[in-house]
Ligand binder design. Structure first.
Ligand code: MN
Ligand code: MN
Length: 301
């Protein structure tokens, strides 16, 4: 600041030229926000194709392509009080990373706001969910993620559902799109404590019917976790562990619309830009809009 009476905050001015990339509609300050977006660039335990650590920045880039208004929801996203606090600092230690996710979500929750986490790999949900003990959970995932530990880590992305069960307890988790499960997971006596809704069943009966079969069992408050590999590789090729015969993009949108108004935490994970053709990034960005748009919408649908 100079001594010429110009009291402009140059930090603020410069940040408009050189700021880190944010979700384009995240125009709110933290204080005024209802939704707090952050990235977790962590992929250390990914078992097949690494690179989801670059997911958050690529989702933000893709988001630039979306309109700020959604005609279906009649929602202007520039007015939805979103803020984007950037990416968390992470180390290569999964336990540290999961702990810092827990802390960040705890702070956001204590301010009455809704966190939207962009991954990064699925292990980080294990930190977030510790703040949702009295909630139910919807997971979108090709995999059961039910190993007790994997490659020497309890906070491995192959253990995300298992860690969530330890927090939430029996009958509160609904995992849609399951089609990859090891025999050890399947024979685990605790496996039945999670409602795994198989991709095959959703193909056969349709998402509406499968959702209807569990709707009355959903708790009043929910957490929603999207592992992008739950969606078919035709729609979402850019993931770390792709698995054929998945859900349609609109199946996931249907579930988001059904539960968003009672959802208090949301994550979009496992997007791996190196293997993308652009579609996965766009879809991940759009799913965030679908969450906020359907939650804010006054339209009945
Ligand atoms: Mn997963
Ligand atoms: Mn998965």
């Amino acid at each position: 600041m100079g001594s010429n009476g110009n009291q402009k905050d140059h930090g603020l001015v410069l940040s408009e030229f050189a700021s880190y990339r944010k979700i384009a509609d995240a125009l709110s300050t933290y204080e005024d926000s209802r939704y707090v977006i952050f990235g977790v660039p962590f992929d250390y335990t990914s078992s097949f194709r690494r690179g989801s650590s670059r997911g958050p920045q690529e989702v933000r880039r893709a988001y630039d392509n979306l309109e700020s208004y959604d005609v279906f929801y009649d929602v202007d996203f520039t007015k939805t009080a979103m803020c984007d606090i950037g990416d968390l600092y992470v180390t290569e230690d999964p336990d540290d990373t999961v702990d810092s996710v827990e802390q960040v979500v705890s702070i956001i929750r204590s301010d009455g706001k809704i966190p939207i986490m962009i991954g990064g790999e699925h292990s980080i949900t294990g930190g977030s969910i510790r703040n949702y003990r009295d909630h139910g959970m919807i997971i979108i995932d090709a995999h059961s993620d039910f190993r007790y530990e994997y490659m020497g880590h309890k906070n491995n992305h192959a253990c995300a559902t298992r860690r969530s069960l330890e927090v939430l307890g029996e009958g509160k988790i609904f995992s849609f799109g399951t089609r990859s499960t090891s025999i050890e997971e399947f024979q685990d006596p605790d496996y039945k404590k999670v409602n795994f809704l198989r991709s095959e069943t959703i193909h056969r009966d349709g998402i509406q019917e499968v959702y209807r079969s569990v709707e009355s069992k959903l708790p009043d408050k929910m957490y929603f976790s999207i592992d992008m590999d739950g969606i078919d590789p035709a729609f979402a090729p850019g993931v770390g562990t792709p698995e054929p015969y998945g859900l349609k993009d609109t199946d996931v949108r249907y579930l988001i619309r059904k539960v968003s108004k009672k959802t208090y935490g949301f994550d979009v994970l496992e997007f791996t830009p190196d293997f993308d053709n652009g579609n996965t990034a766009m879809l991940a960005a759009k799913l965030i809009q679908d969450f906020v748009g359907s939650r804010e919408s006054k339209i009945k649908f």
